[in-house]
Ligand binder design. Structure first.
Ligand SMILES: [Zn+2]
Ligand SMILES: [Zn+2]
Length: 292
């Protein structure tokens, strides 16, 4: 069982606070749901994709249950969309479902697919899904009823800003189930590379491009404005930034502790003194120092 506070990206937490402080935003999110957008999405999905199960493409389906168990979330419904473009997304509030495209399945190996599915489960674990739906609603230009009126654009931008930061948290979730290196590899794949090329990608060099991007971006007001104009309408951060952030987190104490705790939890062994989970290969309890 993992708590979002154990891995949430600080910029995600800050953006979320900002978003929720917009007057009327929580009420607005509720309104979008009441309009039946969730049901609309669910219905369209049910009619146009394939639901995966033990009886339907079980090899693909079986990726999901162990990841949910590991993260301690209730298993969502799982669908395959016939679409050559590699993509995955999560939708719904009362009935949450994950969709992966055939293009994604075709392109990824098992580990990479796990990383992507765990990323999507991260959206569920962090309770991102409702706000993501509001963002999609706005992006589709569905505000025909005009419930947002003049605040539509500022809310949309605040949502997209948060959404980009939320992706970073979910990349972390993907790396908890797999590893930061696998998550970085999926970025390479999603940026359009076949395995024959992306397996040879130098990730550290790619991550450096994010630093160079920051340098360009921070070079004077004019450049900043231009870069902002490019990114403001996007719901995902640039790939190089995601690669840099996930590799950096992989080196952090927070990540190492989290992985160690998970390993201890799966060992089934407990410390006789403090009763917390311990790894089989520990000579001493790392929580209380007792000899094991
Ligand atoms: Zn995501
Ligand atoms: Zn102990």
């Amino acid at each position: 069982m993992i708590k979002p506070s154990e891995f949430i990206h600080p910029e995600d937490a800050a953006a979320l606070r900002q978003l929720e402080s917009i007057p009327g935003f929580p009420a607005l999110a509720k309104k979008v749901l009441e309009l039946g957008y969730e049901k609309l999405k669910y219905g369209i999905n049910m009619a146009s994709t394939i639901r995966l199960s033990e009886n339907q493409l079980p090899e693909l389906y079986r990726h999901l249950p162990p990841i949910c168990e590991r993260l301690g979330i209730k298993e969502p419904e799982f669908y395959l969309e016939m679409n050559p473009f590699p993509n995955a997304y999560t939708s719904g509030d009362t009935r949450v479902f994950i969709v992966v495209t055939s293009g994604l399945v075709e392109m990824m190996d098992d580990e990479e697919l796990d990383a992507v599915i765990a990323h999507e489960c991260g959206h569920i674990l962090c309770r991102h899904v409702v706000y993501n739906m509001v963002a999609q609603y706005l992006k589709m230009g569905l505000d025909a009823l005009g419930i947002l009126g003049a605040i539509a654009k500022p809310v949309e931008y605040a949502l997209l800003y948060w959404s980009r930061k939320a992706e970073l948290s979910c990349d972390r979730c993907g790396s908890i189930v797999t590893s930061p290196e696998v998550v970085a590899r999926t970025m390479g794949r999603l940026a359009g590379g076949p395995k024959s090329i992306t397996n040879k990608l130098n990730m550290q060099e790619w991550a450096k491009q994010a630093d160079q991007y920051d340098e360009i971006r921070n070079d004077g007001l004019w450049n900043k404005t231009l870069q902002l104009a490019v990114i403001i309408g996007q719901d995902h951060p640039f790939s190089a930034v995601r690669v840099r952030e996930i590799l950096k987190w992989g080196q952090s104490l927070q990540y190492k502790n989290l992985k160690q705790n998970l390993k201890a939890e799966s060992s089934g062994k407990r410390c006789h003194k403090c009763k917390r989970s311990v790894c089989l290969d520990w000579g001493y309890c790392k929580h209380c120092g007792a000899k094991l």
